[in-house]
Design a protein around this ligand. Structure first.
Ligand code: HEM
Length: 207
């Protein structure tokens, strides 16, 4: 029994840790994608380095997400099946927040598959689907804020705020049912020069 309890808490820590790392890596990967898309360059910084880093970071995100999802499913505390983890809004456990996580993950999977089939798909179709990366990022941020145990901790607020400003002049939506927490994240983002548009929830609709 004790062994089971230790395992469950280890899985829980792994879910949380890999969730945070996935979000940081995803932010870096999307930021590098933006850098590549706008053609930003510096003398002595070859473009293939940006592209290669972007590709490798994206693969790393998927590796961490595999552990994040695997540990969440394996943890008997939360009744989540593998199907519910990847089919959005089918989980009975925190359906909205987990549904958003599944949605973000599916978008990243679509990007991976179309990138592998890029030669066959053609550049236009590939690029259109690649725009999903911009949609998956805020969806993943909201998922983490909504379901994460660490959401209220200063270090997590700081990390999430840093992710929000890392994407530069792009505007992010901030959805929360906790006004104080939303104000803290918005404040950190604004202090660093970012912009967020608060999306308010009607009573209990964000639980
Ligand atoms: C792009 C996809 C995803 C990203 C970037 C992501 C990231 C995160 C982050 C940052 C957290 C907060 C961790 C914390 O507070 O310490 C979190 C929590 C969580 N995620 Fe995800 N996630 C994604 C997809 C998924 C999927 C598909 C599932 C389905 C099983 C999932 C299950 C969970 C669970 C159960 C928690 C709560 C862990 C806790 O108790 O704190 N995530 N995720």
């Amino acid at each position: 029994m004790t062994v089971l309890a230790i395992n469950s808490s280890t899985l829980w820590y792994l879910t949380r840790g890999t969730g945070v790392v996935s979000l940081l890596l995803l932010t870096a990967s999307v930021a590098l994608g933006v850098v590549g898309a706008v053609g930003w360059n510096r003398p002595g910084w070859p473009r293939f380095l940006t592209t290669g880093l972007h590709r490798n970071l994206s693969l790393l995100v998927l590796a961490f997400l595999a552990v994040h999802i695997g540990t969440a499913v394996a943890d008997s505390y939360a009744p989540i099946t593998l199907a519910q983890a990847v089919i959005p809004f089918t989980s009975s456990y925190r359906p909205i927040w987990l549904g958003l996580g599944a949605l973000a993950f599916d978008m990243l999977l679509a990007i991976l598959i179309t990138s592998l089939a890029r030669g066959w798909l053609g550049f236009r179709a590939w690029r259109t689907i690649h725009w999903l990366a911009y949609a998956s990022w805020p969806v993943a941020v909201v998922h983490g804020l909504g379901t994460g145990t660490d959401t209220g901790f200063t270090w997590m607020i700081a990390l999430t705020g840093a992710c929000v400003v890392a994407l530069g002049p792009h505007t992010a939506g901030l959805m929360s049912n906790n006004d104080a927490l939303a104000a803290a994240i918005e404040g950190r983002g604004t202090a660093a020069g970012g912009r967020q548009s608060p999306v308010y929830c009607v009573e209990n609709s964000c639980n």
